[in-house]
Design a protein around this ligand. Structure first.
Ligand SMILES: Cc1ncc(COP(=O)(O)O)c(C=O)c1O
Length: 381
């Protein structure tokens, strides 16, 4: 089977893991955690980074540090992985769901501005959603596939309405915006190092950002809000810190991060070239912003096609020992978020059903890529 996306663990991962176990520092204190934080801070252009047990816990800690609380609304795209919405709900808040743009599959800043202007008012308590009386406390665009949302516009909106700007940057290690790493583009940005990400720790996350005060608060919250040296705690904190074992794998991965990202970009180019004949039948490719980390690659069936059509293509590929998958089902179609407020979601609703993610591991061989391209051309050509 040619897998969809598996980790590439052929560097120093095993060596650092053995070293970690020999040292007995296997928990949340250790040299590898500190080193991993330095490597992530440097790679993202942030003054520092806080390593977390997962991307989801990083998002939850970031939102909590930013003051998102019970009954608040947080603006997010409907088209995202469920963890974006879950992290909002874990704060006792609800997502306010907006559509994405065709050109980057990221949150649409113009729709957000329009929604705020037409449905909210600024008061002494902040930005209030008039219909529900709830406070809107943050905007959280998602770096879909490692693409950069229009951060200039989001920063302007956040400033105008005094909203905290947090980016779900789960998929974007190695990505850049206007030629620069994204680490200080938002108050906080949160990465994931889950097993299917370009760089993995097995599981893990990191919070970076331009707001030092918020970053320090995230660090405090993720380490149980303990006030050393005694057993004093000044907040209800979390046990969300990354372990030294996770970080040992992560440090070895970070040594090759940009090689992995370059391979991911090369895989995109390969599919675009080898499958270019399918464009005549309305098939398109995943969008890519300049500097995208190109986390995943794949194709999009023409307008009018349905989830069933996409699933049929996946099954036909499976018969040829190739793993392919449909992609994120939007948040408002998921049971826990059926009642969350949302705007028009025309693009998200049509798009998600037609996406087919193709094998794109950073260790995939040329031969495997050729096998996938040949199979797709046979099935859809
Ligand atoms: C967009 C997005 N947000 C959040 C997450 C959550 O990260 P994790 O799985 O590390 O908790 C993921 C990935 O899994 C993701 O793709």
């Amino acid at each position: 089977m040619i897998p969809l996306s598996v980790p590439n663990l052929t560097g120093n991962e095993k060596k650092y893991l053995i070293d970690c176990i020999d040292s007995t520092f296997v928990s949340s204190v250790g040299e590898y955690v500190n080193r991993f934080e330095e490597l992530v801070a440097k790679a993202t252009g942030s003054s520092s980074a806080v390593a977390t047990s997962s991307g989801t816990t990083g998002l939850h800690a970031a939102l909590t540090a930013a003051g998102v609380g019970r009954d608040d609304l947080v603006i997010i795209p409907a088209f995202t992985f469920i963890a974006t919405a879950n992290s909002v709900r874990h704060c006792g808040a609800d997502p306010w769901l907006f559509d994405i743009r065709h050109n980057d599959w990221c949150l649409d800043p113009d729709a957000v501005k329009h929604g705020i202007e037409s449905e909210c008012e600024l008061s002494g308590d902040g930005l209030i959603h008039k219909k529900t009386g709830r406070r809107v406390s943050a905007i959280m665009p998602v770096h879909t596939l490692g693409n950069m949302p229009d951060m200039d516009k989001f920063n302007a909106i956040a400033k105008e309405y005094s909203l905290v700007l947090i980016a779900d940057a789960a998929c974007s290690i190695g990505a850049a915006y206007h030629g620069k790493p994204f680490g200080e583009l938002a108050d906080l940005s949160v990465l994931s190092f889950n097993g299917n990400k370009t760089v993995t720790c097995g599981g893990g996350g990191a919070v970076v950002g331009r707001n030092r005060e918020l970053l320090d608060h995230v660090r405090h919250l993720t380490t149980t809000a303990r006030v050393w040296p005694d057993y004093d705690f000044d907040e209800a904190g979390f046990n969300y810190r990354m372990t030294n074992i996770q970080a040992a794998v992560g440090c070895a991965q970070m040594e090759r991060a940009m090689t992995f990202v370059e391979t991911k970009r090369r895989i995109r180019r390969f599919y675009e070239k080898e499958l270019s004949g399918l464009k005549n039948s309305g098939i398109s490719f995943f969008p890519e912003t300049e500097g995208s980390s190109c986390w995943f690659s794949g194709i999009v069936l023409p307008e009018g096609k349905t989830l069933d059509d996409s699933k049929k293509v996946c099954s036909a590929l499976k018969e040829r020992d190739i793993e392919a998958r449909t992609f994120w089902k939007p948040v408002h179609l998921q049971l826990p978020y059926e009642d969350s407020p949302h705007e028009d979601l025309v693009i998200a609703e049509s798009l998600w059903q037609r996406i087919i993610a193709l094998p794109c591991s950073s260790g995939i061989s040329e031969e495997e890529l050729e096998t996938v391209a040949r199979a797709i051309n046979e099935i859809l050509g």
